[in-house]
Every structure is written in structure tokens, then in C-alpha cells.
Design a protein around this ligand. Structure first.
Ligand SMILES: C[S@@+](CC[C@H](N)C(=O)[O-])C[C@H]1O[C@@H](n2cnc3c(N)ncnc32)[C@H](O)[C@@H]1O
Length: 269
């Protein structure tokens, strides 16, 4: 059994013995049996265990999750590492970071927590889904953070003036094409929010992110998780929108998963 599996098992046990049932309830065998039976039924319906125990590990911390948000994925931890490596190389001046499509808040909140002692960083978490942002509130409280929370449709350019100028833009946006549905697992398709998964076309959000960087017209560093199938098209989107130093980075499985780019404003005389 890998360490990851052990973490999951201890997570489930902790859920039953310290979160779900009080001591008194644990003495009520009938009630406990009924509740566990209900959970087993949810497992049988392919519901991801993280939704059942309402927790997911991300970057060695627990985050609250439920059906309102995507379950944080291991490759997204790698996206966070890319941003943290970049931050380590920066001078300790004030940095504004924007997490687009924050979901549970796992990316932005982890970066805030990991860089607390090194950088003077302000984090803004943006999502279209009001429900996802309720989960962000829960996770912010749980980790004693007070990020700026922005509820808006990022694809609507008219709303961009409400976003603070950002030195770092990080995003794991929806990037799955509807044609990929056939190869997806039931636990994802049937239980995770489709607003978090699908984009039509799959490069839709990268176009908006690259255009937003140009729109805010300040030097910014962009870090995105991408769909390896459309990595070439995604690269082109950043190139065509004036970004420089565009790099494709692989994930631990060797897939072309991330794009890092820089937007530098044109000098005007
Ligand atoms: C792939 S999920 C990423 C969630 C989280 N950042 C993570 O990595 O686990 C994409 C997120 O984008 C949000 N989203 C979808 N359409 C959006 C839009 N038009 N504007 C802003 N956010 C959007 C979804 O609600 C979802 O939370």
C-alpha cells in the first residue's frame, strides 16, 4: 500500500471516529450501522470518497470538499510547486496573486500558506460558482486566511476592471472537451460539477487568461494547468496574445500538463 493510500484510510477512519459520530452516537450501534450503510451506498454509486468524508488532501493539508467543488488532483499540487519555485526567486516585495477558477481554493490558499514567511503576498480567488466560493470561505476559515473572494464570470471581459492588477496569474480552468466524455470515469462524470470540467472549445479559458494579462497591462507571470491533448493549441494562444518566455512543463507522469508564460507590457513613448 502506498503512503497516499494510507493517508486516505486514516482520513476515512478519522471521519468516522472524530467527525461524523459523537461518543454518544458511537454507543448507538443501530444508528452507526445505518449511517455507515448509507455511506456504503454512496460508494456503490461511484461517489468519490472525498465527497463522502468531506475532505481531501492537497499539498499535505486537509481541505473541505463536497459536491460543490472539484476534488483537488495530485497534478495540481505540481502547479502549486511551479508557482512556489518562482516565488522563491523573487525579491520580497508585495505580490498580488490571482487564482482563476479557484474551486475549493486549494491552489491560492496553499500558495498563501506556503509562502507566508517568505513573501508579502495578497491572494484573490475568483470563481463563477457561488457555491464553490462558499467552500472557499470554509477553507479560508479553516486555514486562518482572509483572501479576496471574487464571484464573477471570467469570460465576461466587462467584469475585468473589478479584478486587482495581478503579478501572478494561476489557473486550473475547465479544459475537457465534450468528446472526451466517453473515456471518463463514472465517479468524475456523475458526481463532480460539470462547470468545473468542460470547456467549449477546450482552449476557451486560456484565450481569456492571455487576453486578461494584456488587458491589465502590467508585467505578470502566468501558470496554467492544461489539457495535454491541446497543449500545442494552448501554447499558440499565449503566443498570439503577446506573451513571452512560454514554456511547456511536464507533470510527474510525463504528460505536457503546464504552461508558464510572461506578459510584459509594450513600452509606449
Ligand atoms: C478545473 S476546476 C478547478 C478548481 C480548483 N482550482 C482546483 O484546481 O481544484 C475549474 C473551476 O473554474 C470555475 N469556472 C467555470 N467557469 C468559470 C467562469 N466562466 N468564470 C470563472 N470561473 C469559472 C468552476 O466553477 C471551477 O471551480
Amino acid at each position: 500500500m502506498s503512503i497516499y493510500d494510507e493517508r486516505e484510510v486514516s482520513n476515512i477512519l478519522k471521519y468516522y471516529f472524530t467527525d461524523k459520530f459523537t461518543k454518544a452516537q458511537l454507543n448507538d450501534d443501530e444508528y452507526v450501522a445505518l449511517e455507515i450503510t448509507k455511506d456504503i451506498q454512496r460508494f456503490k454509486n461511484h461517489e468519490p470518497y472525498q465527497y463522502i468524508v468531506e475532505k481531501a488532501f492537497f499539498y499535505n493539508r486537509l481541505f473541505y470538499v463536497d459536491r460543490r467543488v472539484l476534488i483537488p488532483r495530485p497534478e495540481t499540487e505540481e502547479l502549486v510547486s511551479l508557482v512556489l519555485d518562482h516565488l522563491e526567486r523573487q525579491s520580497p516585495e508585495k505580490i498580488n496573486l490571482l487564482d482563476i477558477g479557484s474551486g475549493s481554493g486549494c491552489i491560492g490558499l496553499t500558495i498563501a500558506l506556503e509562502s507566508q514567511n517568505q513573501s508579502n503576498i495578497s491572494v484573490a480567488l475568483l470563481d463563477l460558482s457561488e457555491e464553490a466560493l462558499q467552500v472557499v470561505q470554509t477553507n479560508s476559515k479553516m486555514h486562518n486566511l482572509t483572501p479576496l473572494i471574487l464571484q464573477m464570470d471570467f469570460l465576461d471581459q466587462r467584469q475585468w476592471d473589478n479584478i486587482p492588477k495581478s503579478d501572478i496569474i494561476v489557473s486550473n480552468p475547465p479544459y475537457i472537451d465534450h468528446s472526451e466524455k466517453n473515456s471518463m470515469e463514472a465517479n468524475v462524470l456523475e458526481h463532480e460539477p460539470s462547470i468545473a470540467l468542460f470547456a467549449d472549445p477546450p482552449i476557451l479559458f486560456y484565450e481569456a487568461i492571455a487576453r486578461f494579462a494584456a488587458y491589465q497591462n502590467v508585467r505578470s507571470k502566468i501558470f496554467c494547468e492544461c489539457n495535454p491533448i491541446y497543449i500545442k493549441e494552448t501554447f499558440k494562444v499565449f503566443e498570439e496574445n503577446g506573451c513571452k518566455e512560454i514554456e511547456i512543463r511536464k507533470d510527474l507522469q510525463g504528460k505536457d500538463r503546464f504552461i508558464c508564460a510572461t506578459y510584459t507590457p509594450e513600452l509606449t513613448l
